[in-house]
Every structure is written in structure tokens, then in C-alpha cells.
Ligand binder design. Structure first.
Ligand SMILES: Cc1cc2nc3c(=O)[nH]c(=O)nc-3n(C[C@H](O)[C@H](O)[C@H](O)COP(=O)(O)OP(=O)(O)OC[C@H]3O[C@@H](n4cnc5c(N)ncnc54)[C@H](O)[C@@H]3O)c2cc1C
Length: 386
């Protein structure tokens, strides 16, 4: 192991933000060291649903960053072995108002030159045999959208960077302090190693209390706890990822549709929304179904009220709503997990530069898989244009 070496860029945190920052800097010919506290990254970037859905993002910057990300994922797939499946996404309307929102959304996507097709209830059912007739009032299909396998993606990308672009990587290497010294960044680890970088990017996820906590705002940043499950492999085949009426009500893009204001919410939907539940279904390569999810928020300054339990009540709410949407061969649970992410509510991401050389990049919230490749591309271009 090289001790005390100086790099153009040191990245702290081997999640999706940190790994893509490393990727774009390496592509610019920079020397990069990636430091990860665990033996394998296993936080949000590995626990997520794996959907790349620009269609759900606010229709300004983040929708475009999602599209840019799709392009980057596709390019990467051509040069590496990343697990990308271009299966598209379906939003399923459960009432006439949601259908009106989908139709308006499709017009906006057409104006933005983003492929989308509205289908009648009959055609939607025809294309998605798992869907229940009673639930479906129609659907919107986004053929460009894709999925990654979150358990593999970050590891595959990192291995590619090590092998082909010269990334230096130290796992099991918790960073305990970062400061500017002699005009550059000095990074110290709990193993008493010191590294130096012209720049350091802190992409350390939701644990904001350890590294430069004084540089995080006390308001605006939230931690979100999500609950997801995997159901045993099924014979029935999903051709695409399925998103529900509650997703139409939850995702930012749909709020720009005039009919969004006409959506009526039943008492049952209010109970689900109080736990941040919307239903997403994705079939993994082995035929199992990933089903989620819920969202519970607290201030980033104190995560403890979220608790560590997997809630049986939330599982039950997700399962009973999902059963209204699809019929599966089996609802047997294979596994169940929680994940956390940091979310900057106002700016949709939190960035701060300290002493010209230390850069916090964090709080991308629930859109990190969809937008990180594009967002970090822009960030790295900007960093090296100064
Ligand atoms: C259940 C769930 C479902 C989701 N589904 C989707 C989805 O379908 N589509 C989508 O776009 N987004 C989704 N997201 C959001 C997405 O996963 C996150 O936005 C993204 O993973 C955040 O990445 P990150 O790199 O900022 O954080 P993280 O993945 O948390 O990575 C931070 C890394 O920093 C490391 N670290 C922390 N402190 C230190 C230290 N001191 N020294 C060294 N290393 C350190 C951690 O170990 C970790 O590996 C989902 C999230 C969850 C939890």
C-alpha cells in the first residue's frame, strides 16, 4: 500500500456518488484515490430499487440530468460489464384523474422529445399480464428507461475503474479527518494513514456527524428511512418495471400537470401516504420480485427517532396495496431490508466547497441511481474548469 501519496483527487465514500466522481475524474486523466470505510460499500447505493427513471424527476435540471445519466450508463455498458437492463417503466393509473395526469405528462415528454406512449386500460393489461383488471384505468410507458442491479453496479464499476482507468482503492479505510494543509487537502484515516489530494470530495452519505459536521446546514437536510422486500422467484414474467397510482401522486414531474390538483385522495391512500408508501415492482434476473417502498423522514441532526426495526405494519400495508395491483404466483417473502439516504430538500443536492480544496457532495435523496452519473459529470467538469 502506498502511504502518504498525493493524488489529484481523493474521494471519500464508495457509494454511487463517490464512484461516479472517481469515474469522471479518471476520464479527465486525473489520478484518483477512493477511500471506503467498510470492506464493501453496503449503504443506499447497494440497498436501492435500481430504477433509472428521469420521468419521475422535476422537469428542469434533474430530468435532464437523468437523461444524461441514462446515456452515461449505456456508454459504460458498452465498455464494461455493468448490469444495465433497458426494460422501460410503466406508470399505471388507478382512476380517471390519474389517467388525465398521465396524458398531460405524455404531452410534456413529447415536447421534450422524450419517448413516451399512453395506453388504454385494455392495451396496458394486454402488455402486462400480471396486472389486475380492477386496478388499471390505463398506463404510460417510457421505453427509454432502465434498471441496474444495485447489488452489483457500484462494485462492477469500481472494478472496471481499478482495472482499466488506474483507480487506487482502499476499502476498510474510515476517514476521520480532512483539512487543508500546505495548500492542499490532508486526509487522515482511523488506521493512522495520511493521504494528500489537490482536491478531496466527501461523498460519505447519511452519516454527516463525523466529518466536518459544522459544514452541514442544521435545517433543510433530512434522513429518509425506506423499507423494501424481495418476494420469491415467480413464473410470471414482467416485461418492465411497474409504478403505481401512488407513484404518480408522489413523483415531482407529475406535479407540473394541471390535472394533478384535481387528484382526490381516499382515506386508505392517506394512510399509505402517511408512511410515504408508493408501490414499485421490479422483476430481478432470477425471477424474484423487488417490491417497495416506504419513506419516513427525520432531521439529519438526529437519526435515532427512525429506529432500526423493519416494521411489520409497513410490510403489511405495502403487500396489501400491491395485491390490488398485480397477481403473482406467490407472495412469499424472500428477504426484507431498510435503507437510508440523506436528502437536501431545497436544492435537491447539498454541495459546499471549504478552503477551495474540500468539497462536500451529498444529499441527492431518492434519485441517486437515476441522476448521479449525469450530476457528477457536471460537478467534475465544473471542478476542473475553475
Ligand atoms: C431502499 C432505497 C431505494 C432506492 N431506490 C432508488 C431508485 O430506484 N432510483 C434512484 O434513483 N435512487 C434510489 N434510491 C436512492 C439512491 O440509492 C441514493 O440516492 C444513493 O445511493 C446515494 O448515494 P451516496 O453515494 O450519496 O450514498 P451512500 O450509498 O450512502 O454511500 C456513501 C458511502 O460513504 C461511505 N462512508 C461514510 N463515511 C465514511 C468515512 N468516514 N470514510 C470512508 N467512507 C465513508 C459509506 O460506507 C458508503 O459506502 C434508493 C435508496 C434506498 C435506500
Amino acid at each position: 500500500m502506498i502511504k502518504n501519496r498525493k493524488y489529484d483527487l481523493v474521494v471519500v465514500g464508495g457509494g454511487i456518488i463517490g464512484t461516479f466522481c472517481a469515474y469522471h475524474a479518471l476520464k479527465k486523466g486525473k489520478s484518483v484515490l477512493l477511500l471506503e470505510k467498510d470492506s464493501q460499500p453496503h449503504e443506499a447505493s447497494i440497498r436501492n430499487f435500481g430504477q433509472i427513471i428521469p420521468s419521475g424527476q422535476s422537469l428542469d435540471t434533474w430530468f435532464q440530468l437523468g437523461r444524461k445519466s441514462l446515456k452515461i450508463y449505456k456508454e459504460l455498458q458498452e465498455e464494461s460489464a455493468i448490469s444495465l437492463t433497458k426494460n422501460g417503466s410503466w406508470y399505471i393509473a388507478s382512476d380517471e384523474q390519474e389517467m388525465a395526469v398521465l396524458e398531460e405528462m405524455a404531452s410534456q415528454f413529447q415536447a421534450l422529445d422524450y419517448a413516451s406512449n399512453v395506453f388504454s386500460a385494455e392495451a396496458t393489461l394486454d402488455k402486462n399480464p400480471a396486472l389486475n383488471k380492477e386496478y388499471v384505468k390505463g398506463g404510460l410507458f417510457l421505453p427509454e428507461e432502465a434498471s441496474i442491479n444495485p447489488v452489483l453496479l457500484v462494485h462492477q464499476l469500481r472494478e472496471f475503474l481499478i482495472k482499466h482507468l488506474g483507480l487506487h482503492y482502499h476499502p476498510s479505510c474510515p476517514v476521520i479527518s480532512v483539512e487543508k494543509k500546505r495548500g492542499i487537502a490532508m486526509i487522515s484515516t482511523s488506521k493512522k494513514q495520511t493521504f494528500w489530494g489537490d482536491h478531496v470530495i466527501l461523498a460519505n452519505g447519511h452519516d454527516t456527524q463525523f466529518l466536518l459536521p459544522e459544514h452541514y446546514p442544521t435545517t433543510d437536510l433530512k434522513i429518509c428511512k425506506l423499507q423494501m422486500m424481495r418476494l420469491v422467484p415467480q413464473r410470471i414474467q414482467f416485461s418492465a418495471n411497474l409504478l403505481s397510482g401512488l407513484s404518480i401522486r408522489r413523483y415531482e414531474s407529475f406535479k407540473s400537470c394541471p390535472s394533478y390538483a384535481t387528484l382526490k385522495t381516499s382515506d386508505e391512500q392517506k394512510v399509505l401516504q402517511s408512511k410515504g408508501i408508493h408501490i414499485l415492482l421490479k422483476q430481478a434476473e432470477d425471477g424474484s420480485i423487488i417490491l417497495g417502498d416506504s419513506h419516513e423522514y427525520v432531521s439529519a441532526s438526529d437519526e435515532s427517532p427512525l429506529g432500526f426495526e423493519i416494521s411489520a405494519e409497513i410490510n403489511e400495508l405495502i403487500l396489501s396495496e400491491a395485491k390490488k395491483i398485480v397477481t403473482l404466483d406467490s407472495w412469499e417473502l424472500d428477504s426484507n431490508w431498510i435503507g437510508h439516504y440523506l436528502e437536501a430538500k431545497q436544492a435537491e443536492v447539498y454541495t459546499k466547497t471549504i478552503d477551495q480544496v474540500i468539497h462536500i457532495v451529498n444529499g441527492i435523496g431518492g434519485k441517486g441511481v437515476t441522476t448521479s452519473p449525469g450530476f457528477t459529470y457536471e460537478y467534475i467538469q465544473q471542478l476542473y474548469s475553475i
